[in-house]
Design a protein around this ligand. Structure first.
Ligand code: NAG
Ligand code: NAG
Length: 468
């Protein structure tokens, strides 16, 4: 027969992937990055979230070409109305409690997500759902669909994940060796009661997943991925440590940020980058102490001074800018820069002039700093951050502690800040840390290129979900 053309058929993809992110910036960004990575393997990805948070994730995405974005199917669902208060800095509860109404509202994604899964499960041989560990209840209906598999995405470190689970065993099921730190703050101490309650409800809905994905590299904390696997005692569950998944394209939508031009003029390793992420609120007094500490330390700096995100960043009221001490800008103008909008963190950390990062130790920030070989001045605020700080300072030895989390309700004085900055930026000890950070960064970056540990696990994950 002539109909040769009729035989040339491109097989439609038989597996679809659905992402269900938790609506806070760090979490949104991680699953959006993972979506990109999965589309690069040729699989269709559906990103299911509220319209406002999908928009936020796209707007703040860094480093991927817009072409790549067009390959992801965004499903903009409506949340029931929720209150959207401004952050209220209170050092006794450093957690962003103003986001709780949003977190509660996001549990209503259960119904639209179930509908989406149902539709896709008719069209595809297999539907793979990857959901944030914090939204397990939203995806619980997936277990009814026979061709759907779910994977828990762990947006925090394996170290914290392990110790958190470990702390819940009154009698330890096995021994861990003596090198492990003795004192890791548990999440129970670092989270308000209401959010712990939220977490506990989510945890109840875990159990039917086929496996776990970690945004970490075995090069950094392979030991703790293994320990966690051992603790779960579920041999049929698969564990993939696929991180860090940073984009390599580094496309810059808005041209070079002014701070990068400034960095170009600074000496190697001479600048400390300061940022506390999108959920930290500091009191005015604390901001003043930080400003004075920076001034005393005589170090060069880029300081990102932003208010914490609200639940819906597109509808909140105008926020008053944080006030710096009078005449401050003038006094530090040759040494530092205060950035009040979104800063290109990866590019700053990757710049040769950047020699340190003062950070709240959110997992994204830790990993970005580690993979780019920059040592950390750890100032943990809440949630997993105090435990990450232990990993960074005691286990990996690539950072100093600004202050211990147990003192979080107290004002950190400019003197304390000054001495932490000098330790990191201008001491022999800091130099050693920088050297270790450089080596670790090299190893982490090698793990994500072809043949590296993390890349092999990503490949293994894709082969696993597309298996015949
Ligand atoms: C969130 O939900 C929990 C449990 O349903 C409830 O007790 C709490 O008051 C809610 N919090 C907010 C801020 O809406
Ligand atoms: C993993 O973490 C890195 C570093 O924080 C982050 O930039 C990236 O978006 C994350 N990727 C995924 C897939 O979670």
């Amino acid at each position: 027969m002539e109909g040769q053309n009729a035989c040339i058929q491109i097989a439609p993809p038989t597996v679809a992937v659905v992402m269900v992110p938790f609506p806070a910036q760090g979490h949104l960004n991680q699953l959006l990055q993972l979506s990109h990575l999965i589309t690069s393997y040729g699989l269709p990805v559906h990103f299911a979230g509220s319209s406002s948070h999908n928009r936020q994730a796209k707007l703040r995405l860094h480093g991927w070409g817009s072409q790549s974005l067009s390959k992801i199917h965004f499903h903009d669902f409506q949340l029931p109305p929720y209150t959207n208060p401004l952050p209220n800095p209170d050092p006794s509860i450093p957690f962003p409690t103003h986001l709780q109404p949003l977190f509660n509202a996001s549990l209503h994604l259960r119904q639209p997500v179930s509908q989406l899964l149902e539709q896709l499960s008719c069209k595809f041989r297999r539907v793979i759902m990857i959901h944030d560990a914090l939204l397990a209840s939203v995806v619980q209906d997936a277990k009814i669909l026979s061709n759907t598999e779910s994977y828990v995405f762990v947006p925090i470190s394996a170290f914290t994940t392990f110790f958190n689970a470990w702390s819940r065993f009154p009698e330890k099921p096995f021994l861990i060796d003596s090198e492990s730190p003795k004192c890791v703050p548990s999440m129970d101490e670092c989270l308000p009661f209401e959010f712990l309650h939220f977490l506990a409800n989510q945890k109840k809905c875990l159990g039917f997943e086929s496996g776990w994905l970690y945004n970490t590299s075995r090069v950094i904390e392979g030991r703790y991925v293994e320990l966690f696997e051992k603790l779960l005692i579920c041999p049929e569950k698969k564990h993939f440590a696929i991180g860090p998944v940073n984009s390599v394209e580094m496309e810059n939508k808005n041209g070079k940020h002014i701070c990068l031009e400034w960095l170009n003029k600074q000496q190697k390793d001479s600048v400390i980058y300061i940022s506390f992420g999108s959920t930290t609120s500091m009191t005015d007094d604390q901001i003043t102490e930080l400003a004075l500490g920076l001034e005393k330390s005589q170090q060069k700096f880029i300081w990102v001074l932003r208010k914490a995100d609200t639940g819906d960043v597109f509808t909140s009221a105008e926020v008053r800018k944080d006030q710096l001490p009078e005449g401050y800008d003038e006094r530090v103008k040759n040494r530092g820069m205060v950035v009040r909008d979104w800063a290109p963190q990866l590019e700053i950390l990757g710049h040769p002039a950047t020699g340190g990062f003062m950070s709240h130790c959110g997992w994204n920030s830790c990993m970005e700093s580690i993979s780019l070989g920059v040592p950390i001045a750890a100032w943990p605020m809440h949630s997993d951050q105090p435990s990450n700080a232990v990993l960074v300072t005691e286990v990996l030895k690539v950072g100093v502690l600004v202050r211990d989390w147990t003192q979080h309700a107290e004002l950190v004085s400019s003197k304390t800040i000054d001495s932490a900055l000098r330790r990191l930026m201008a001491s022999a000890e800091g130099k050693e840390m920088r050297k270790r950070a450089t080596e670790l960064g090299d190893a982490v970056r090698a793990s994500v290129v072809e043949g590296g540990a993390s890349r092999l696990e990503m490949d293994a994950f894709i082969s696993h979900i597309t298996r015949k």
